[in-house]
Design a protein around this ligand. Structure first.
Ligand SMILES: N[C@@H](CCC(=O)N[C@@H](CS)C(=O)NCC(=O)O)C(=O)O
Length: 223
C-alpha cells in the first residue's frame, strides 16, 4: 500500500487550503491533522518537533518531511503522477506555473495578508485596533494587485497556464479568497478575476466546498 501523506494544516491559512484541495483532487492517500492557529497550536513543542518553523502547511511522507507549500504541491503531483495538468511535464507550461508561484509571494500573497491582518488578525492577535487608513491602504494594495494579476496571468486563457487548471490556480484562488475577511465586495471592479474564480470552483467540485466552507463560514462569523 502506498505511504500516506500526513498533512498538517490550518483551515484559515491560504497555502493550507490550496494543498488540501490538491490532495483531494489528485486522490492522494492522506491523513489530515488540523491545527488551531488562533489557540497557537502551531507553536506547541509537539508541532515544533516536526516543523521548527512553526508554520503550516507541512507534509510528512514516511521518513520525509517537507515545508513550503509550492514545494509540497509539486512533490504531491510528482508522487501521485496523476493528471499532468496540475504541474505539467511540458517545460514551458511548468515554467508558467513556477512564474506565478514565484510572483505571488511579494504580490498576491502580500496583499491578501495585508487585508487579513488589517481587517481581522492584528486585532485578534494583539488586541490593537487598526485604523480606517490602514484598512484602506491594504484594500488599495489588493485592488492594484488584482488588476496586475488579471492583466498578466489571466491573459493566456481560462486558467493561468492556458486551457487547464494547475496548482498555480489553486494557490491564487486560495490567496484571493482570503480577502473575504475584509467583509467588502472586493471583486466588484474585477469581473475577470471573479469569472476565473467561478471557473476554478466549477473545476474543483465537490472539494472546493469541503475545503473552503469552514473558512467562508468563519469569515461570515466575524463580519
Ligand atoms: N512560505 C510558506 C509560508 C507559510 C506560512 O507563512 N504560513 C502561515 C499561515 S498562512 C503560518 O503558518 N503562519 C504562522 C506563523 O508565521 O507563525 C509556505 O508557502 O508554506
Amino acid at each position: 500500500m502506498a505511504t500516506k501523506f500526513e498533512y498538517y494544516h490550518v483551515p484559515l491559512s491560504q497555502p493550507s487550503r490550496a494543498v488540501l484541495l490538491l490532495l483531494k483532487m489528485t486522490k492522494a492517500p492522506h491523513n489530515v491533522h488540523t491545527l488551531d492557529m488562533l489557540k497557537g497550536e502551531h507553536k506547541k513543542p509537539e508541532y515544533l518537533a516536526i516543523n521548527p518553523f512553526g508554520k503550516v502547511p507541512l507534509i510528512v511522507h514516511g521518513d520525509f518531511t517537507l515545508t513550503e507549500s509550492p514545494a509540497i504541491a509539486k512533490y504531491i503531483v510528482k508522487c501521485t503522477n496523476r493528471e499532468d495538468h496540475w504541474y505539467p511535464a511540458d517545460v514551458k507550461k511548468a515554467a508558467r506555473v513556477d512564474e506565478y508561484l514565484s510572483y505571488q509571494h511579494t504580490t498576491v500573497r502580500k496583499a491578501s495578508i495585508a487585508v487579513a491582518m488589517n481587517f481581522f488578525l492584528t486585532e485578534k492577535f494583539t488586541g490593537k485596533k487598526t485604523t480606517e487608513e490602514q484598512k484602506n491602504a491594504a484594500y488599495k494594495l489588493l485592488q492594484d494587485t488584482l488588476e496586475e494579476f488579471e492583466n498578466y496571468f489571466l491573459k493566456n486563457g481560462p486558467f493561468i497556464i492556458g486551457d487547464k487548471i494547475s496548482i498555480a490556480d489553486l494557490f491564487a484562488l486560495s490567496e484571493i479568497t482570503q480577502c473575504e475577511m475584509s467583509g467588502r465586495d472586493y471583486l466588484e471592479k474585477r469581473p475577470k478575476v471573479k469569472a476565473w474564480m467561478e471557473r476554478c470552483k466549477d473545476e474543483l467540485k465537490p472539494h472546493y466546498e469541503e475545503v473552503f466552507q469552514p473558512f467562508l463560514d468563519f469569515c461570515k462569523s466575524i463580519k
